[in-house]
Design a protein. Structure first.
Length: 139
């Protein structure tokens, strides 16, 4: 595949094109009986994929390639444009994470490769249980 063909192909991929992973997470949340979340709230920095307003918990579902997963380390195309694009995604993700934490939000990042098992869901459920106890204790 030529550089132009690859660039044209990758340009077709949109940020909302990650629906299959988001749908898997949504299905898992519903099957686990987890409630009280909303999708892509516009009033929260970074528009998290899932947000639990009662706990100020933002959940981002990241594709391993587009968000530069530190575990998968997928090869980035040699094009300067795509290296800058993916590095920009990574920098933006880190900046949003940091700003949300500074504003008192809890942030979880679920990587695409983590959806192969339920460990991410177990961690999320545990965190929600802890936050429930903390918030009920405060009120």
């Amino acid at each position: 595949m030529s550089q132009q063909q690859r660039s044209a192909q990758m340009a077709k991929v949109r940020s909302t094109g990650n629906k299959s992973t988001e749908e898997r997470v949504e299905t898992a949340l519903i099957q686990a009986g987890l409630q009280g979340w909303e999708k892509h709230p516009k009033n929260i920095l970074g528009k998290p994929d899932f947000f639990f307003p009662c706990y100020k918990l933002a959940v981002f579902v990241n594709g391993c390639f587009w968000h530069c997963c530190p575990i998968c380390r997928r090869p980035i195309p040699r094009s300067e444009y795509w290296r800058n694009k993916i590095d920009g995604n990574r920098r933006r993700d880190n900046s949003i994470h940091r700003k949300l934490r500074q504003e008192g939000y809890h942030v979880i990042r679920v990587w695409e490769h983590e959806l192969k098992n339920d460990l991410w869901l177990n961690v999320l459920t545990l965190l929600l249980n802890v936050l429930t106890k903390i918030y009920h204790h405060l009120n």
